[in-house]
Design a protein around this ligand. Structure first.
Ligand code: SF4
Ligand code: SF4
Ligand code: FES
Length: 262
């Protein structure tokens, strides 16, 4: 079918979407199906916007707009992470054409399962931010006044740090992780990788032992089962396997230093 020039819509073609809905954190969930006009190059955030503009199910039942989170719309903030066709990913970079490329005629969308649902596809990712707080996922500064140039970072150090710095705390890695759940204190691959990133920084290194104590403690690297699901789903292709291996080595050396009082 030929696209219309003004809207990019292909005349008459519809996109069918099944959405798992939940009205509040403690309520039950149920599926609703919607159809929206197809547009060239549309992604799942566009689909959710179209549903919000006209929240009517395929059974012609009027309903509320589907709640979801979004901010950057360019796979940088991680806010729109959800499970689409059984794979955790960002709605803003999930293209409808690719999702239907296998010939299926419906796209299925549900919230991540490792976080409490706030409403519909909107989840509370606070456990990830709490893990970041535990590993001090930041560089402490003495003040915001002019302090001159910082310590030199070699090009090789920059090359090693840059991939880790791309983490957007989206939650894909913990969604796929069999060890991360509400019954486990495991902090997850993202926080572990950030501990490695900030421990490698010349200024961040000042708090290295505090981070290593978390990695070596309850919920730390020993809880990782090494299934490597996390690295397979990370949208930023962060070398999580390398971070986890380094965290294991560093935590062991830290414990040895503690035992021998050094
Ligand atoms: S490590 Fe990758 S999957 Fe995990 S939160 Fe960061 S960007 Fe997302
Ligand atoms: S390798 Fe570790 S952190 Fe990654 S998914 Fe497996 S258990 Fe989770
Ligand atoms: S809106 Fe930021 S990653 Fe999708």
């Amino acid at each position: 079918m030929a696209p219309t020039h003004e809207t990019g819509q292909t005349a008459g073609r519809k996109v069918r979407v099944r959405v798992l809905r939940q009205s509040d954190p403690h309520g039950g969930s149920h599926w609703q199906t919607f159809e929206v006009p197809y547009e060239d190059g549309m992604n799942m955030t566009t689909v959710l916007q179209r549903i919000a503009a006209q929240p009517v199910t395929v059974e012609r039942e009027k309903t509320t707009p589907v709640a979801y989170d979004a901010c950057c719309l360019e796979e940088v903030c991680g806010a729109c992470t959800m499970v689409i066709n059984n794979r955790v990913r960002q709605a803003c970079s999930a293209l409808v054409d690719a999702l239907l490329a296998d010939g299926s005629d419906v796209i299925e969308v549900r919230p991540m399962t490792k976080f409490q649902v706030v409403r519909d596809l909107l989840v509370d990712r606070r456990p990830m931010f709490e893990s970041l707080k535990r590993v001090k996922g930041w560089i402490r500064v003495d003040g915001y006044h002019e302090q001159g140039s910082g310590p030199r970072v070699t090009p090789q150090e920059q090359e090693e740090a840059y991939p880790l710095s791309r983490c957007m705390t989206c939650g894909c890695c913990v969604e796929a992780c069999p060890q991360f759940n509400d019954r486990s204190p495991f902090i997850g691959a993202a926080a572990i990788s950030q501990a490695i990133l900030f421990n490698a920084h010349p200024t961040g290194r000042v708090e290295r032992d505090a981070r290593l104590a978390v990695l070596a403690g309850v919920g730390g690297i020993a809880d990782c089962g090494n299934s490597q699901n996390c690295v397979k789903v990370c949208p930023k292709e962060i070398p999580l396997t390398d971070s986890l291996a380094k965290a294991g080595r560093d935590a062991t050396l830290y414990k040895l230093r503690q035992w021998f009082g050094r």
